[in-house]
Design a protein around this ligand. Structure first.
Ligand SMILES: C[S@@+](CC[C@H](N)C(=O)[O-])C[C@H]1O[C@@H](n2cnc3c(N)ncnc32)[C@H](O)[C@@H]1O
Length: 277
């Protein structure tokens, strides 16, 4: 790993010895042969050291933040396991999958609002956790997890044992929204599910189009219940921030930010209890 190389003390000792050698060489060249190299060479070296110092300070901050996030993930995972005991092994978390701090927010919001109909855009570990939780706590609830990739839909299906939870393979299709073409899950699979109380937006991936998750609200707004909550993952990303801003302006939503490693935002209709920060 490159950052390990230039944060070691040995690297610094070698860099300083090399620089002293170069400075001496430049001074000698100027003194012996009259070559005007000393000042430009010294300037170059100082510039290189300044860049290195900047990068190291950046890395120190990154390491500290990573350590803080890692601790949060362990604490969140312990919290999750203290709430219920899954009957299946949970899929891997973080990276593409939901992080424990995000999953903890899903579970906390479930306990607080007790939604009856839950829809997830993007299936995975979050779907397995919700399915297990509903089976233990609220077997009358209905839960639908959409996935545009059959491979991942099937992987999630293998772990979902609650009859109230369904993982639905919903390939992306084209929609026209305000005269513009967008891709989103084929929502015909959600026909007749009733009013959605909790909508979790963790897909599709950002690579499918600019503002990839924007269509969720224009397409599903008429299916949301009066007190519906929308929970978005990955809101540290610029695209997600723009989507939230647009939803607020275009559909009169309110939002609340929650600190998690990838960023979490909870949204609801204005006046439904969610306040803008
Ligand atoms: C952000 S993931 C959804 C995560 C899910 N909510 C969870 O908690 O695990 C969005 C989509 O990415 C796809 N996906 C999941 N893991 C992937 C991987 N390792 N590589 C590529 N795509 C992946 C799946 O189709 C998934 O629906």
């Amino acid at each position: 790993m490159q950052h390990k190389l230039y944060t070691t003390f040995a690297f610094f000792k070698r860099a300083i010895a090399f620089s002293a050698f170069v400075v001496a060489g430049l001074a000698l060249a100027e003194w012996s042969f009259g070559l005007p190299l000393f000042l430009p060479g010294l300037t170059l070296l100082i510039f290189a050291f300044a860049l290195l110092t900047f990068r190291i300070v950046q890395l120190i901050f990154k390491f500290q933040l990573d350590r803080f996030h890692d601790t949060n993930q362990v604490e969140s995972l312990l919290w999750l396991y203290s709430r219920f005991t899954p009957s299946v092994s949970l899929p891997a978390m973080r990276h593409y999958a939901g992080s424990p701090d995000f999953l903890k927010e899903l579970v906390s919001h479930f306990y607080r609002y007790r939604p009856q109909v839950i829809v997830e855009a993007g299936s995975g570990v979050s779907s397995v956790i919700l399915s297990e939780l509903l089976q233990a706590e609220q077997s009358t609830a209905r839960h639908y997890a959409l996935d545009h990739l059959e491979e991942y839909a099937n992987l999630t299906k293998e772990k979902v044992t609650n009859p109230g939870s369904e993982v639905l393979y919903a390939p992306l299709r084209e929609y026209q929204i305000d005269g513009k073409s967008w891709k989103w899950y084929d929502i015909s699979v959600l026909e007749g599910i009733g009013q959605i109380d909790l909508l979790i937006i963790d897909g599709p991936p950002e690579t499918i189009q600019k503002l990839a998750r924007y269509p969720a609200l224009p397409l599903l707004k008429d299916k949301l219940s009066e007190n519906a909550l929308i929970i978005l993952d990955d809101t540290n990303r610029q695209d997600e921030q723009r989507i939230i801003q647009r939803w607020k302006e275009e559909f009169g939503m309110a939002s609340k930010s929650i600190y998690t490693e990838k960023g979490t935002v909870v949204m609801g209709w204005k006046g439904s209890g969610i306040r803008d920060f």
